[in-house]
Design a protein around this ligand. Sequence first.
Ligand code: ASP
Length: 469
Amino acid sequence: MQPSAAPAASPAPGERWQEVLDNIPALEVLIETMSITAKFGGTSLADANQIRKVADIIKSDPRRRHIVLSAPGKRTSSDKKITDLLYLCHSLANQGLDIQTAFGPIKQRFLGIAEELGVDEMAGWLAEVELRIADGADVDWIASRGEYLNSRMVARFLGATFIDAASAIRMAADGRLRAAETYQLLAEALTGDGLFVVPGFYGADPSGHIRCFSRGGSDITGAIVARAAGDQVYENWTDVPGLLMADPRIVDNPRPIAEVTYREQRELSYMGATVLHDEAVFPVREAGIPINIRNTNDPSAPGTRIVTTRDSSRHAVAGIAGRVGFSNVYTDKALMNAELGYGRRMLEILEKRGITFEHAPTSIDTMSVIVRDEEIAGKEDLVLGDIENQLKPDRVEIDSDIALIATVGEGMSKKVGIAARLFGALGKSGVNILMINQGASEINIIVGVAASDYEKAVRAIYGEFVKPA
Ligand code: ASP
């Protein structure tokens, strides 16, 4: 008979501690290799003083090693963004006009900042850019120079490695990101110790031509860098404290949102609560990398974290956002539910008139299609005529000046009574609800109200779900 193996003796408590201690160096290495992408927006880089704040933030956490920068933004509300001035340079050059009205202020701004930061090379870099603009450089090349010059300057100031996005971010000729290629190129470029600075907003197509993302696109670059480097968090440093539970122009001092899921953020941002470029979420969301919106002017505040999942048991509602400027194309017809193709033909009528739709809540015999006022403006009679002729409804009308308000929260679909509280709060404040739509994602309830009731409705919902801070 084969003797069975003796069961392994469990280690004595002292040995167990030794095992833990032996693993600590590995833990240290792990902590050292964890890194953060920190992207700073234009107002965080608007002058030398702001750039010094940025440098302090970077130095205060050694994990902040992958830095993505915008071009200098506005110092005051009446100031000009460098990117806007660069677009102006292009249009002046294109018309054969002198570019100095736009390039002069760019030069002055960069030279002033560089002098304060002690970066001597700026005059030479500017001269090269000026020459190429005069030589007829194309619009994306010119627009990208704000990020390029700023990042070279700040990299020099920080003693960091500058990586030109043109060499590491690959875009197709139509401007779309070639993701797999980009992640590989960037991961290679970001290998090694130390600090790296990557300019936001642009990349290059396979033939080396610079391509810009849409405006505000440095947020996208930040997400791409975080994803390529496999960073533990994507910090997006801006000039606001993060997302708020409601619009501060409507609700006094609304509560900041500490944590929100990617899905909730998307719903809130569609309704106008934007702090981030829409496309910036996708690269990090796919990899489950959280985004942390932070305020450069208040770096000790935790900001808003955008994450995959959150514990929604305490705050079923994440936020409330809304917009005015919608119309409701409403029809009712007895036995609509039994009529094959009614909904499709209704949407086709709008499609043929070049009108996109936002929501289409239906009941057995009614259908509402919510569209934007500006898309249907001037076409109301044509649409009404098409509907009368093709669908023969019992009633059709178009109501404009509608506001939509989304109450958003992951916990809402699982929590009994949320809808009742929402409608009750609106009822109590005398707001008439014109439309209700609980999105298929079940993380929001959208109500349509008259634009004149919009602010009152937002305050009523906020008061119902958010306890005073
Ligand atoms: N500088 C660019 C813009 O003004 C890109 C960015 O800042 O994200 O749109």
